[in-house]
Write a protein that binds this ligand. Sequence first.
Ligand code: ATP
Length: 626
Amino acid sequence: MSRLPVMSNKRVLPSSSSETSQDFAPLQKKSRSDAEPPAKPQAAATVFVAKRPVAAARPNVSKAPVKRTGAATVASGPSRGVLRPSAVSTAARGGNVKATTGAKVVGGTKRPPWDLKGKVSDMEEKITNYQTRVKSINQENEVLKGSMAQSQKRTFEMEKDLQIHMRKIGELEKRVALLSGVEEELVQVSTERDTLHKDLSNLEGKYKIMETLRDSQEAELQILKMKLSVQESSLARLQQTLADTEEEVRSLKETVSQQKDELYAGEMERRKLHNAIQELKGNIRVFCRVRPLVNGGLSKHIHLASDDKTSISLAKTEESHTGKGTDTQRNYNFSFDRVFGPQTSQQEVFEEISLLVQSALDGYNVCCFAYGQTGSGKTYTMEGEEFHESRGVIPRAVQQIFKASDKLSSQGWEFTFTASFVEIYNETLRDLLYTGKADKRPDHEIRKSNNGELTVTNLTYQKVSCEDQVLGLIALANQNRSTAQTAQNDRSSRSHSVFKLDIEGVNTGRDVKCKSALCLVDLAGSERMLKSQSQGDRFKEMTAINGSLSNLGIVIAALANKESYVPYRNSKLTYLLQNCLGGNSKTLMFVNIAPEPDSFGETLNSLRFASKVNDCVIGTASANRK
Ligand SMILES: Nc1ncnc2c1ncn2[C@@H]1O[C@H](COP(=O)(O)OP(=O)(O)OP(=O)(O)O)[C@@H](O)[C@H]1O
């Protein structure tokens, strides 16, 4: 923005030359007294500076030479044709009048001192010159006054103009100030605009990136939409498949439920049939097992029919009493439910009793005895040996029971098993699963509760859930027996051992329970000894053994004859086994026989005892189901 030019109003004072001041001093005083009151000294001395040259403006003073000074400037134009006083005085003095001190020169001639007249004339001339000059100065002064008035007027106008201009300038300056504010704002705005431009450009960059991103995301979205659509169609297919499958599962569940019902009905039917078969076979059965000869080979006096697995005959050659006749051979024939020869394996023996073991899971009490003289193979039959193939009835029965219970669990059955192992020696009970100190062994009593359940006080009843646990218990029982054996020679032959597995089954779905017991008994050696030969402890042992074994026969016979009183209490063995022997049980007796000729008598006795048992028919067993 351009500013308007400001006019200078400098005041120019008369020449400061001392000479000029001295020369004009009287004239100035005089002119004041003669003329009108002087104007303000400042106004009189004010000269406006102009560009016009001085000579052209001064016609009335052209005769006098003008001494120019740096400050002698004349205003231009006719109204301004004012000569400065200094210039006028200089012009006056510039004449040839040299009224100076000393010898006066007139017409180029110096007057002698005595020429007073001449001198006066010179003085008069000089005065006249001065007067003329004063006149002209006065005139000039008048002119100057007029000029000065004009100038003052002009100055006044110009001052007015100046004020107007100044006001305008003030306004303009205000506007300029405003404009400068606006300018600053404009600069700020411009800066902001630049910043905004930058931001905009950044945003544009970002926008482009976002656009690219958006494009890629849109592309991704499209792909995802496609995938979703594919997934949706797959889902629809899967839902349909699921619905179909669910329908199928539902119908299969119905089928399974029906089949479960059928299975349950079938299982019940199987139990009925199974029981019927067992009943047809007799609720008390006797199996005869012949031990092989210790040195191998065949026994000469024991004959087993190759085509009949139920009969056995003992042959004995009897010398003629008269001595006249030849020796006669006497045969003792016996028939049992099954006769096992010396070569029969443990597996074959067990297969014959496995159906009976199954009955225990069906809720029937099952009791299995091994009867026979010492060394005839009772323990081998019942427990067997560690070698897998040589395992006896107890471990195999336990294995079958656990396998069968696992199968029945799919039909909703849950079983719990409790094992106990007791020894009866000299009519005293001993816990074979006892693990405490030997001198702290407790006494045991057989107790019968009101509901007919038998328990032995202080006896170890061990919960078992697998075959291995039972095998561990059998090992513990053998250890307990061998400890007793060292103290008392051949004790195991003189005691009965009773392994009992209590079985409880629950079918919550069908609200059925069953309870039974599987008793596996290894009886004491059955050999008879002549009373005269038995003494002391051995006599006592024999009495106890014979008593319990004969009592066993009596009980079985009483049961067979359906006698009102069955003397279970006569021995600890029958009292302990009463629930397994009674009408509600299935009983199997192994009669083990030794094939050696010197065991003939004991073998015959054993077969006779077993035959008596075999002839017994115990009443129909019923399952303990609620
Ligand atoms: N069927 C068999 N096959 C092979 N060996 C057998 C058979 N029966 C028994 N034995 C063997 O005969 C011996 C005597 O058998 P075991 O101990 O079982 O007789 P036991 O009747 O239990 O005698 P005890 O009354 O003294 O206990 C054992 O060494 C046993 O291994």
